[in-house]
Design a protein around this ligand. Structure first.
Ligand SMILES: NC(=O)C[C@H](N)C(=O)O
Length: 331
């Protein structure tokens, strides 16, 4: 039987981290180990695939930028256009892994599997989770069942979809979950078992094209809380934000002290997306604010950090808020 050809793109993170002792599970250094060493640590990979490694970046994922995303997205598209590449695995820090996954879910132009993988413990730790997670990710990326399912995330023997997965715990190994909307499946056997797919469009079905982009429009997030004031919002506007995601309290509610400035920002041309800090549920259009009158967009169920990504990509196509709202209900 012919083994699938999988390219591992390494970007850093804890999966490439090392600590002082085997019990160092916090306070280690992320992004120290190179891609070949990650591959060598899992000799079982050669039984399930022909793996090739490529070091794209070597960073902790809290330092991920829009420019990193454009570089990574273009590299993924170039590789997947080659007939001798069957799938891609991306090793990544877990802090922004869900954001990179969702970005790629919207801009990868291929049905071939793309699987992001990270670890909550550095490779030097007792029960390091990186090696088994990497093995699972390569297995998924080489599975015919993973074709056409959008960008996937592999941690803890589970398969998650890029749109809905999120990091839910600062430090425990079971941190990655898809609350409420549900994960896609398991790795067991060793085999990828799928049970769910998202109904939202992704990869080859989207209207986004990054091939000629060297930057993305500036979009920032303002966070809602009791006693909130409009200082951060206005600072972002003054710094040139083309879009603002308002991570509001509850169903995306906006404090009375902030609403006039948010409305003014929209009148002056900034696109406003109302999201929620809650983490689950739909932000109701014309619920906690009169979005039709204020000309705001709602995030649907996207978290603020993912709404930021969709708004940036949406703004590369249009600044029409009806069109942008359509995208938030489509992706
Ligand atoms: N577990 C991790 O990977 C956390 C690390 N700070 C990162 O995102 O790069």
């Amino acid at each position: 039987e012919k083994l699938p050809n999988i390219t591992i793109l390494a970007t850093g993170g804890t999966i490439a981290g090392s600590g002082a002792t085997s019990t160092t599970t916090v306070g280690y250094t992320a992004a120290t180990v190179g891609v070949q060493q990650l591959i060598n640590a899992v000799p079982e990979l050669s039984k399930i695939s022909n793996v090739t490694g490529e070091q794209v970046f070597q960073i902790a994922s809290e330092s991920m930028t829009n420019e990193h995303w454009l570089t990574l997205g273009k590299r993924v598209n170039t590789l997947l256009a080659q007939p001798n590449v069957d799938g891609i695995v991306i090793t990544h820090g877990t802090d922004t892994l869900e954001e990179t996954a969702y970005f790629l879910n919207l801009v990868v132009k291929s049905r071939k599997p793309v699987v992001l993988v990270g670890a909550m413990r550095p490779g030097t730790a007792l029960s390091a989770d990186g090696p088994i997670n990497l093995y699972n990710a390569v297995l998924i990326a080489g599975s015919p069942e993973a074709v056409g399912k959008g960008v996937l995330v592999a941690l803890g023997d589970q398969i998650h979809g890029a749109r809905d997965v999120t990091k839910t715990n600062t430090s425990t190994p079971d941190s990655f979950k898809t609350p409420e909307l549900g994960m896609l499946g398991y790795v067991q056997g060793p085999k990828a078992h799928f049970y769910h797919v998202s109904t939202r469009k992704h990869t080859v079905e989207t209207e986004f094209d990054i091939s000629n982009l060297s930057a993305l429009p500036q979009v920032d997030i303002v966070y809602g809380y009791a006693n909130m004031n409009p200082v951060a919002l206005n600072a972002f506007i003054a710094a040139g934000a083309k879009g603002i995601v308002h991570a509001g309290t509850g169903d995306g509610s906006v404090a009375a002290k902030v609403k006039p400035d948010l409305a003014a920002a929209r009148k002056n041309g900034t696109v406003i997306v109302r999201a929620s800090r809650v983490g689950n549920g739909i932000v109701a259009r014309n619920g906690e604010a009169n979005d039709d009158e204020l000309d705001f967009v709602v995030s649907d169920t996207l978290s603020a950090q993912k709404a930021r990504i969709l708004l940036m990509l949406g703004l590369t196509k249009t600044s029409n808020t009806k069109e942008l709202q359509r995208m938030f209900y489509m992706y």
